[in-house]
Design a protein. Structure first.
Length: 511
């Protein structure tokens, strides 16, 4: 069995930021089931929010974050995120990361939904994620092991402690790696839905693994749908950044009407849940929705990635009307962690979208996700550098006495069911039907070493779907991204739904 001090699963900004802090101090490996550049971070267009401007203040960023999150946020971690943001960004810039600047050399700050100030740093116009990943990988150079194409099939646990991981190599060999510290940085679960902005690899793996290991999860009902994903011939083709609306683009229905004027004082730049629901409403009433980019000056040079995407998809850029739909984008909930990424399982940490630090509340503010990965990735690494956790002298992992899967649904079936019943608008009847459908499948008693990689992803998707569905059923109110047509909108509650093992226990008993 190979041994590392720290194992990181995933290769987005959270993992790479943690790794840069740990390198030179710890023996670290990053595992990714795909390539190191396949991540939601790499796809990120918008940028990173931080109160860097003299006319801005972290308290305003804090206020906008809490307002978007409908005050469901954890105020302490939200304060930490917004207050520390300028310092972390200054460090990143100091390490050589190049953000876009204006003619005078000052940072060019963009605006996105829910922000009352211009405070979004971006790179390459709309290629912030790609620039960040490239920069951080350059920093890491050869100092840590990056294992690509090796899928983590489950965590290794014993007596409530995480001891490392079980993996499957590209050649099909099952392997075991030990580590005193295992960090889940696997992103969220956008692939649970028919349309998503997420990378194809984002199947909820880390969240499902943490759950099986007994970690507490929280806020799983809060799934954010990005309002504007390019849509043609029944397919979601890629994100159209909120920054485009920040530069003046307008949402119109097929009659050419600007429908956001009646919905919110911030119009197209209202918090995401509000814009996504307004678009959903138009679509439900049979109206295709367009993002009119004609008011954006220099669209092709400010947004080169989106411009190229539109041309590749055959959109008429003279007319400047981009057909859009809302698509699954970001899970606000996840594995419950403290301010240093610690989960409720000893030796197991979660960072980035897989984690729930409480900073996003019921609806994430635009461009706060890369920031969260940066800040909490490094804080988690700092905690590990001071941790006294070690592996036990004799490692005797819990055995998984499970079976081979008999029947599992396809990924497409899961996506259709989730989109129909646990999407932008939910209700008791639909969620109950979804719960009953999920309960037909055994995704609990399985021996992962005997499943194919595809089956493991399906099992992880079913597990996370089960958690979202039960959480959505439990929360009998509408708040932020969790909109129940059978319950009125509430002003925001502080109570947070903790989903503990009993949901699966219940499933086991019934199964
Ligand atoms: C976007 O560019 O609209 C996405 C940024 C984010 O999700 O915060």
């Amino acid at each position: 069995m190979q041994h590392y001090d720290v194992i990181l699963i995933g290769s987005g900004i959270a993992a790479l930021s943690a790794a840069t802090r740990l390198m030179g101090h710890k023996n670290v490996a990053i595992f990714t089931k795909s390539a190191k550049t396949v991540s939601n971070t790499y796809l990120a267009q918008g940028g990173i929010a931080a109160a860097m401007d003299a006319a801005d203040h972290w308290q305003e960023h804090f206020h906008d974050t809490m307002t978007a999150g409908v005050y469901h946020n954890d105020p302490a971690t939200t304060q930490l995120l917004t207050k520390e943001a300028p310092r972390y960004m200054a460090e990143l810039i100091g390490s050589g990361m190049k953000f876009d600047r204006d003619g005078s050399g000052a940072l060019h700050l963009g605006r996105e939904g829910g922000h009352w100030k211009r405070r979004i740093l971006h790179a390459g116009g709309d290629a912030t994620g790609r620039a960040l990943v490239t920069h951080l990988l350059e920093q890491l150079q050869e100092q840590i092991d990056i294992v690509e194409g090796e899928m983590v099939i489950d965590l290794l646990t014993c007596d409530g402690q995480c001891l490392g991981i079980r993996t499957r190599t590209a050649g099909g060999e099952n392997k075991t790696y030990l580590a005193a510290h295992t960090i889940l940085a696997t992103g969220g679960c956008g692939q649970l839905y028919a349309h998503t902005s997420n990378a194809p690899t984002i199947t909820g793996d880390g969240i499902a693994m943490a759950y099986r290991a007994g970690a507490f999860l929280t806020d799983m009902e809060f799934m954010q749908f990005h309002p504007t994903v390019l849509y043609k011939d029944g397919k979601a083709l890629g994100l159209v950044s909120e920054a485009v609306r920040g530069e003046g683009a307008i949402l119109r229905n097929a009659k050419g009407e600007r429908f956001m004027e009646q919905v919110h004082p911030l119009q197209e730049l209202a918090p995401r849940d509000i814009v996504a629901r307004a678009i959903h409403h138009e679509l439900q009433s049979g109206q295709q929705v367009y993002l009119d980019v004609s008011p954006v000056r220099g669209f092709a040079s400010r947004f080169p990635t989106i411009y190229r995407l539109c041309l590749d998809c055959g959109i008429d850029m003279q007319a400047g009307l981009l057909p859009v739909i809302p698509a699954a984008h970001f899970l606000m909930g996840g594995i419950k962690t403290d301010e240093q990424g610690r989960t409720t399982v000893k030796g197991l940490y979660a960072i980035g979208e897989a984690a729930c630090t409480g900073v996003h509340g019921a609806n994430r503010l635009a461009s706060n996700s890369l920031l969260e990965g940066l800040v909490f990735g490094q804080r988690t690494a700092d905690g590990i550098l001071h941790s006294s956790i070690t592996l036990p002298d004799r490692v005797q992992p819990d055995e998984t006495a499970g079976s081979v899967a008999t029947a599992l649904p396809s990924k497409q079936e899961i996506r259709e069911m989730m989109t129909e019943h646990a999407g932008i608008v939910r209700n008791e009847q639909g969620l109950t039907a979804l719960r009953n459908w999920l309960a037909k499948y055994d995704f609990v008693h399985l021996d992962h070493s005997r499943l194919t990689n595809e089956q493991i992803e399906v099992v992880n998707m079913l597990t996370v779907a089960w958690l979202i569905t039960n959480s959505a059923l439990e929360r009998k109110e509408s708040i932020g991204s969790h909109y129940r047509s059978d319950y009125p909108q509430s002003g925001g509650k502080k109570a947070r739904t903790e989903i503990v093992r009993h949901l699966v226990q219940e499933r086991v008993v019934r199964g």
